[in-house]
Design a protein around this ligand. Structure first.
Ligand SMILES: Cc1cc2nc3c(=O)[nH]c(=O)nc-3n(C[C@H](O)[C@H](O)[C@H](O)COP(=O)(O)OP(=O)(O)OC[C@H]3O[C@@H](n4cnc5c(N)ncnc54)[C@H](O)[C@@H]3O)c2cc1C
Length: 498
């Protein structure tokens, strides 16, 4: 029987909108089912340049984002490590990007997600809001063939499709249909957050930067959303969790008092008490990753597949980047000339790689934050505590598929990363001579690997060519096609280019 759709996407966040749009733009029939009615609240407001100038450009929403007049973010300002003074990291340190393409936005997610979802509709995606997906449908070979959902009238429906993509976020109820979720032993934090008006701004030109301030109980984010409105949240370390018990407002205000920099910035501010920003929210901020990202007929993308602590504002980047990778795989599989398993393995290997980049960076950064004599404090904890769960997490993060021994055993992981951790710590700990002075973190190997993928997406979007991605990232792997919307064999790709 013919499928009703080529693709059904579950969830209309940035990831679901990205994958659905990029598949519909190739002329395929795409249905997106979203549980809520938009606009709906979501956390994750600080974006990276690769999302704004890479994915959003591929999606065709550049002008709309400009019109929305979101706060321009030049980089991040950190009070972190042993260094008592805040220092700044600007995206423009990357020589590949200057001027407009070296900035990102701080966004109100209700507006940003709405722009991406409306764009999906315009690009041919059939979007149905207030439709909550309950389960997947399978055939006799256990291949996923569609979904069962409850529509806006409360009526159960079934829909068939060649592929199903789960982009339903961290609370996905479908992820168990693909595999198991592994939680990080390192990053088991909790986030508490609210909104303030009248907070102080960093001195120009950094007034739109995210400010991240570490203190004994964790670290704060301070994100200027407009000239007046600020998103303020604290990521609380497991050791300090008792401080978040009971009344949320009391807990948040108490933690603000503990962090002198944030207390100073909020000295004349008022907490927003009405509307979607009036609530103080709590989110478990555990980092996790699934042991498998796909099964025949179905993929997990965005937060449904993995999530990492938000200190580097990586969530929407990972979500939209995985949306692009998934779209390439589905577009290629639908064309029928490359096996689905080969296409989906490529998606999984690349998504894991990008997640692993942020994971390594994060381990190094949190070590500094703990401010112990040795940057291997966490590492020692790891090696003293070689749990099977941890081993499998390290293996998963690094992409067990790459069969790299150093990624399988925690001890060798730590050994391998030690010089990179030290290098980053050295750069961060240099004395700050001028308040807000830029740190050239690009000298760090960890930062370079994080910046690399973003640069490639931006070049693809700006130039219409796939930068330096002519070699596969693993043996037998594929490379992006010249249009960036499919996968090619490396040999075929070179022929296309010449
Ligand atoms: C404390 C905290 C701070 C963060 N800060 C940042 C930040 O500064 N920058 C950043 O980039 N990221 C940040 N993130 C991460 C960011 O929130 C996520 O990574 C991002 O929203 C993931 O996008 P997504 O599209 O995968 O999922 P989501 O944005 O969660 O979208 C999923 C959608 O699926 C829908 N859905 C759920 N279940 C169903 C169902 N059964 N049927 C149909 N639809 C369904 C939901 O309603 C939702 O609209 C932060 C996260 C946390 C926890």
């Amino acid at each position: 029987m013919k499928n009703e759709y080529d693709l059904v996407v579950v969830g209309g966040g940035p990831c679901g909108s990205t994958v659905s749009t990029l598949v519909a733009m190739q002329g395929h029939r795409v249905l997106l089912l979203e549980k809520e009615e938009f606009p709906r609240y979501q956390i994750g407001e600080s974006l990276l340049p690769a999302t704004v100038h890479g994915i959003c450009r591929l999606l065709g929403v550049t002008e709309e984002l400009e019109k929305a007049a979101f706060m321009i973010k030049r980089g991040g300002t950190f009070r972190w490590g042993a260094n008592p003074e805040p220092w700044t990291f600007s995206f423009s340190i990357s020589p590949k990007f200057s001027g407009g393409s070296s900035t990102a936005y701080q966004v109100e997610r209700m507006k940003f997600d709405q722009i991406l979802l409306d764009n999906a509709r315009r690009k041919g995606v059939e979007v149905r809001e207030q439709c909550s997906v309950l389960d997947v449908l399978t055939d006799a070979d256990d291949r996923v063939t569609g979904v069962r959902y409850v529509d806006a009238h409360g009526v159960q429906q079934e829909v068939s499709s060649a592929y199903v993509v789960d982009a339903s976020g961290n609370n996905s109820r479908l992820q168990t249909k693909v595999g198991k979720r592994h939680y990080s032993e390192y990053f088991r934090n909790l986030a508490l957050f609210g909104y303030f008006t009248g907070g102080k701004r960093l001195a120009p030109p950094n007034q739109g930067n995210i400010l991240a301030a570490a203190f004994d109980s964790g670290w704060f984010w301070y994100i200027p959303l407009t000239d007046d409105l600020t998103s303020v949240g604290v990521v609380v370390l497991p050791e300090a969790l008792e401080k978040v018990q009971g009344d949320r407002e009391k807990a948040l205000l108490g933690l603000i008092e503990e962090c002198p920099l944030i207390a100073e910035y909020l000295a004349d501010a008022r907490r927003v008490r009405t509307g979607p920003y009036g609530e103080i929210r709590v989110r478990k901020d555990y980092s996790y990753i699934q042991d498998r990202f796909w099964r025949p007929g179905m993929m997990l993308v965005g937060d449904a597949a993995c999530f990492i602590d938000p200190v580097f504002s990586s969530g929407v980047h990972l979500a939209t980047y995985s949306g692009l990778l998934a779209a390439r795989s589905i577009n290629t599989a639908l064309r029928g000339d490359t096996d689905e398993a080969v296409c989906f393995d490529e998606f999984e290997a690349r998504y894991r790689r990008e997640y692993a980049n942020f994971h390594d960076f994060l381990v190094a950064f949190y070590d500094m934050h703990d401010n112990e004599d040795s940057y291997f404090w966490k590492a020692k904890k790891v090696t003293n505590n070689v749990a099977t769960e941890l081993e499998s997490f390290v293996e998963l993060v690094g992409g067990g598929a790459s069969r790299e021994d150093a990624l399988v055993a925690p001890e060798s992981y730590v050994e391998k990363k030690a010089p990179a951790f030290r290098e980053l710590a050295g750069l961060v700990e240099q004395p700050v001579l001028v308040e807000g002075e830029d740190r050239d973190l690009l000298q760090s190997e960890l930062v370079k690997s994080v910046v690399k993928t973003g640069s490639r997406i931006q070049i693809q979007a700006a130039m219409g060519e796939n930068a330096d991605e002519h070699l596969p990232v693993r043996e037998g792997g594929l490379v992006p096609s010249t249009d960036g919307m499919h996968w090619s064999l490396p040999s075929r790709h070179l022929a296309e280019r010449n």
